[in-house]
Every structure is written in C-alpha cells, then in structure tokens.
Design a protein around this ligand. Structure first.
Ligand code: SF4
Ligand code: SF4
Length: 359
C-alpha cells in the first residue's frame, strides 16, 4: 500500500485532466459502454438539475493522517492545502443568508485544520445547529491534542459520520493502513463513552462502509446488521446507522483499478447496475461542495476532478443561491458510482439518505 499521495509520487493520475481523459476513452470512446450522459438521456433525466441547496459540504483541507488505498481526495500527511479563516467566514455568510442550513465538514481529516474548532464555534454563534463532521476516527487518537474531540463534538451536537470499512482488523487495515482498526475501535469507544451512538442520547454516530476491492457493495441493511452484531459482541460498541457506499473510479481507487487490471470489469459492473431511480437522490441534488480555496463544485468528487460548477458564480465569495440553483450539474462516467444498485454518493443506499463526503 502506498504511503504517499498520488501528487507526492508525481503520478500522472494526480492530474484531474488525466483521470477525466481515462474515464472518457477506451470502452466509452469505442461505444462498448454508454456514457453517463447517454444513460441520463435514455431515462429522460438529462440535464441533471439541482433542487434547493440545503447543505454546504466544506472541504477544509486535503491533509490527513492516513493514506487509504481507496481515497477519492488523494489525501495524506503530505497534502498542505488548508482552508483559511477568511474563506470560512465567507462560508458562514452564506449559511447565515441562504436556505442552506447544514454545515458538512470534510477533508482530508477536517479536525487537522488548525481553525476547525474555531469554525464550528463561530457557526454555532450565528445559530447553525446542523453540523456533520466526517471523521476518520483514528485522528481522535493520533495525538493528545485531539483526545477531547468527542466532548467537543457532543457540546455542539455534531453528527459524526465515520468510515469503517469492516468489523475485522484484516479487512480494515488492508484498505486504510496497518494499525487503523485498533485505533478506530478505541475512538469508537471514546465516542460511545460520551453518549454517541447510544439510544436516547440524541448524539448521532453513523459508520460508512465501502468495499475493500473492485466490487459493488452488498445490501445495506444486511451489512448494518452484521456490523452491529460483530462490534457489539467483540467490543461492546454501538452506533446508529451504517451507510453503504460504492467506490467511485477516480483518484487512488482509479489507480488501484488500473494497476490491478480491474478497471474495465468494474466499469461494466457499474454500468450494468445503473438504476435510473437512484438519480433523483444523488447528493449533488441538494448539496454544494466548497473547496479549501473557496471554489464551488457539484460534489466532493467533482471537486477532485476540478469540475467547477457550470455557473457564472464559481466562488463562495460571490455565492448567489438563485443563480446556482439554475445550473446544470456536471456529470461524467464517475457518476455511475452514485447510481449503481440502490445508489450511493457517500450517502448510503437510497432508503437511508444521509449526508456524504470523504473520510
Ligand atoms: S459524482 Fe455523484 S454526486 Fe457528483 S455529480 Fe456525479 S452523480 Fe452527482
Ligand atoms: S479516505 Fe479519508 S481517512 Fe483515508 S486518506 Fe482519504 S480522507 Fe484520509
């Protein structure tokens, strides 16, 4: 498993244009598989338009303490992109003055942004009480300066959404790095200790499962039952929901698919599993993604592909709800990952739409 980002390794796939070129050529260019646009047209859903923008998903930086094999952000300790207070204040202006009501903080590891706590506190002061933090769990135990984060999360009633690729050590460490499972379990114990995931506490702790290889996820409800049973039995850990997501063929997961010679098979599986009903619930319908430097995207995946919103408003400093709502969402073949089977988007399968991002 690589210990550096694609960018640090100077891998060509670190360039969004190279990823998009790959996703448009080969089996899609020679007509073996239909493009995502063609599929949308056949199901009369082209162009894809957003509904009301309810969630600002803010990527506060690409720095992370992990270097997971599947990461769509290409995050890692070597990434230095970090959102400044100035950009955070612009985000707060938007949430204060528009219909967006949820602040969804993602990264990298969002907690590593030195202004993370300040941002949450400032948002609380202006009345935001709908927070999501996408925590990779291990960050909570990686350094004593983060040990009190469960209490901080509780104080602001933050909805914690955490990646947990499996309830066994082997499967988890294979995807996310050696030692990740043990630290994640410790972090879950700490979250449970302050009430997270406990019935009646009102403190929401959801886990996110994504497959460890080039295959589509199994049924969400069945996996949730397996996770609940195993984590309770082995570690006395409780959580609320398990969201099952499909890995999108971009960034380091695309690197893995190509290197393991699984790319074509995976794309065939995604296209075959295309579910027109899933299109209505993809996260770009009610979310705007903001990058560390304030640019606007339809989702965190488009952010990583540098596909800025198709609008004359492209930066948080010029945010205009009405103008943005009238845009068409930019799609490409990676979107097949959001519409396969029951559908995902880092949001879990359709009957359980929650909220999505990295970790
Ligand atoms: S990747 Fe998913 S969320 Fe992003 S634009 Fe495509 S369908 Fe929408
Ligand atoms: S998947 Fe999440 S935890 Fe892993 S490297 Fe990416 S941002 Fe970090």
């Amino acid at each position: 498993m690589a210990t550096k980002s694609l960018l640090a390794r100077k891998n060509k796939l670190s360039e969004p244009k190279e990823q998009l070129r790959f996703l448009s050529n080969g089996i899609f260019a020679d007509g073996k598989l239909p493009s995502f646009t063609e599929k949308l047209k056949v199901s009369q859903q082209f162009p894809l338009n957003p509904n009301s923008i309810e969630i600002l998903q803010i990527n506060v930086g690409y720095m992370c303490n992990q270097v997971c094999a599947h990461c769509h952000v290409d995050a890692g300790p070597d990434r230095k992109e970090i959102m400044t207070r100035e950009t955070m204040l612009q985000c707060l202006d938007v949430i204060k003055n528009t219909k967006a009501h949820t602040l969804d903080l993602t990264g990298g590891a969002p907690e590593m942004n030195p202004n993370f706590r300040w941002f949450v506190e400032e948002a609380s002061k202006i009345g935001v009480n709908d927070f999501i933090v996408r925590s990779n769990l291990t960050i909570l135990r990686s350094n004593p300066k983060y040990y009190d984060l469960p209490e901080f999360f509780k104080k602001h009633n933050i909805h914690v959404v955490s990646s947990m690729p499996h309830y066994t050590q082997d499967m988890t460490d294979r995807q996310r790095g050696s030692g990740v499972f043990k630290l994640s379990i410790k972090a879950l114990e700490e979250l449970n200790a302050v009430g997270y995931g406990k019935e009646g506490s009102g403190l929401q702790l959801d886990l996110v499962y994504n497959p460890t290889g080039a295959f589509l996820p199994a049924d969400q409800k069945a996996l949730e039952n397996d996770f609940k049973k195993a984590l309770k039995r082995d570690f006395n850990i409780e959580f609320n929901n398990l969201f099952v997501i499909t890995n999108l063929p971009i960034s380091r997961f695309l690197e893995y698919l190509i290197a393991s010679d699984n790319y074509e098979d995976y794309m065939y599986a995604l296209v075959e599993a295309f579910n027109p009903a899933a299109v209505a619930n993809v996260m770009c319908k009610n979310t705007i993604s903001v990058s560390w430097d304030g640019y606007l995207y339809d989702c965190d995946f488009n952010q990583m592909l540098d596909l800025k919103v198709a609008s004359k408003v492209q930066h948080i400093s010029a945010y205009n709800e009405k103008v943005l709502q009238n845009r068409a969402i930019i799609t490409s073949q990676h979107c097949y990952g959001c519409t396969a089977g029951a559908g995902s988007s880092c949001q879990g399968s359709l009957p359980n739409p929650s909220e999505g991002g990295a970790t």
